[in-house]
Unconditional design. Structure first.
Length: 511
């Protein structure tokens, strides 16, 4: 699909060479007036100071210089011829006739004519050079401005827009950019009024194939279209089409070719950058998926191996075990089965959270009750380590009991896992303004400072957790559930060692 782009109206840029040209007949009329002015000035001077007629030639030469500078070669030549005629008519005796009494004035006429012609030639040539230098300067400025705009970004869409805008502003024309996509030339971006028909597409393809500019002659509406190949060092990556009323001048053609070359480089760089970025993302995704897969399969396999081992021992060597040993084996298998259950539960919660299908059944609950549910899931693992300190007047607050208990289970499970076997785990809570703040703190291994902000990221495991089993899912699920309740969760160092998780929940149901 192509993008239709509505560029800003052209600014008051320095006009291009076509619009610079004034009406040519008007130049000649002005040149005539200047020669007449020189004649008048000569007559006035001649009235006050009696001069030899050849001295008055200076007025005409001055007039020719001025005309050559202002209007160029043609009007200056005409001025030289007209000067000879008027000089003869007004100043050579017999005056006010074209008759020449003294033949030596013929020499003055030739001198005036030749000098006039030479001056016209030299002056207009110098003037042309100045005009060309100015237009080169303008071209360089326009190219520089384009390249500055193009180098400011690496986004292909922004680059295309900048090219369209800049070309439209500089040449006052409609612009289209077609790019090769899977070996087919497709319209990528186009200004609002560029009507792209089959003929345009055929010509654009031709320009792309030949690598040369292709034009479409003026149509019934007086519009001309040109296609410039967007060529890099190795290939033609597309075509830039422009549509305007005037035929383009050689100067415009040169500038458009430079624009196309510059645009082609910028577009290619952006496209290559995008490809590299895509490839990098793909590699990254693959790497992550492999890491996740190996981490999860390890976590799934460990309890399974342990359970299978226990069951097979009991099945094959049942006679060797006394009741106590059998009980120990079964306890171990049960513990592992619960771990497996938690992991699978976490994986399910995660996918429901990500799919957005997690529906909260919010009701008012007492924190004691929620802790009771979590405690019943962790059973004797807590082994009297949990110390709960809640204020008498802590109000009930709105939560989904099952999900919020899961948050407490995950946090308590971590506290048990990452702290010494007999160390206490503390839960306290308070109401601050409209929030309930719950803290779960342990005296465990802690989390390195720089990793604190990342532990809630899915599958992230802190460097301090090496050697402890885990999937890196628990905290991200806690965060998902707490945020679904409109709350926040964070972690910080606990004074005296360990980690403290802080949950902040709204104390009332948000409307
Ligand atoms: P895991 O399955 O690895 O425990 P979690 O998402 O629950 O995954 O936790 C992410 C990481 O945060 C853990 O790998 C661990 O490094 C760190 N962590 C979480 N809780 C604690 C804690 N109570 N003490 C120390 N580190 C913790």
């Amino acid at each position: 699909m192509s993008n239709v782009f509505q560029p800003n109206k052209p600014e008051n840029l320095p006009p291009n060479s076509t619009s610079e040209k004034r009406g040519v007949p008007f130049d000649y009329v002005q040149a005539m007036l200047i020669v007449l002015g020189a004649t008048l000035a000569g007559s006035i001077v001649d009235t006050f100071v009696t001069l030899d007629p050849p001295n008055l030639v200076m007025f005409y030469l001055l007039a020719v210089v001025i005309i050559a500078l202002r209007f160029g070669y043609g009007p200056a030549v005409m001025a030289a011829v007209m000067s000879v005629v008027l000089f003869n008519f007004f100043f050579i005796p017999p005056q006010l006739t074209f008759h020449v009494a003294d033949a030596q004035y013929l020499l003055t006429f030739s001198g005036l004519l030749v000098a006039g012609m030479v001056i016209a030639n030299l002056t207009s040539r110098a003037q042309n050079q100045r005009t060309m230098a100015q237009s080169r300067e303008r071209e360089t400025a326009q190219l520089y401005s384009l390249s500055r705009q193009l180098s400011a970004t690496v986004d292909a869409q922004i680059i295309l827009r900048a090219i369209l805008e800049h070309t439209h502003q500089t040449f006052h024309c409609e612009v289209a950019i077609l790019l090769m996509q899977n070996d087919v030339l497709r319209l990528s971006m186009v200004t609002e009024h560029f009507e792209f028909d089959d003929l345009s597409l055929a010509k654009a393809r031709h320009a792309q194939k030949t690598g040369k500019m292709v034009g479409i002659p003026m149509n019934a509406a007086g519009i001309r279209t040109y296609f410039f190949p967007l060529m890099t060092a190795h290939r033609v990556i597309g075509v830039m089409g422009i549509r305007l009323f005037n035929a383009i001048t050689p100067e415009q053609q040169r500038l458009l070719e430079a624009f196309s070359a510059q645009s082609a480089l910028a577009i290619e760089a952006a496209l290559l950058g995008e490809e590299a970025q895509q490839a990098r993302l793909l590699r990254e995704k693959e790497r992550l998926q492999n890491a996740i897969l190996s981490s999860i399969s390890h976590d799934l396999r460990t309890p399974l191996v342990s359970i299978t081992g226990t069951l097979s021992s009991l099945r094959e060597n049942d006679a060797y075990y006394d009741a106590g040993a059998r009980r120990d084996l079964l306890d171990g298998a049960f513990f592992e089965a619960e771990r497996l259950n938690r992991l699978v539960g976490n994986l399910l919660d995660m996918s429901r959270l990500e799919a957005g299908s997690l529906k909260l059944k919010v009701e008012l609950y007492d924190l004691q009750e929620i802790i009771g549910v979590a405690r019943s899931q962790l059973k004797e693992r807590l082994n009297g380590r949990l110390r709960v300190d809640l204020p008498e007047d802590l109000p009930m607050f709105p939560v989904d009991l099952v999900l919020f208990a899961q948050v407490m289970v995950n946090l308590l499970d971590n506290a048990l896992k990452y702290s010494p076997p007999d160390s206490p785990i503390d839960i306290c809570a308070r109401k601050v303004d409209e929030s309930i703040i719950i803290e779960i703190a342990d005296r465990g291994i802690g989390i390195p400072d720089e990793e604190l902000p990342r532990i809630f990221t899915k599958f992230y495991r802190a460097s301090s957790a090496k050697g402890y089993g885990g999937s890196g899912l628990g905290l991200s699920i806690c965060q998902g559930i707490v945020e679904a309740h409109g709350g926040t969760i964070s972690a910080e160092h606990r004074q005296g060692g360990g980690t403290c998780f802080i949950i902040k929940l709204p104390s009332t149901v948000n409307a």
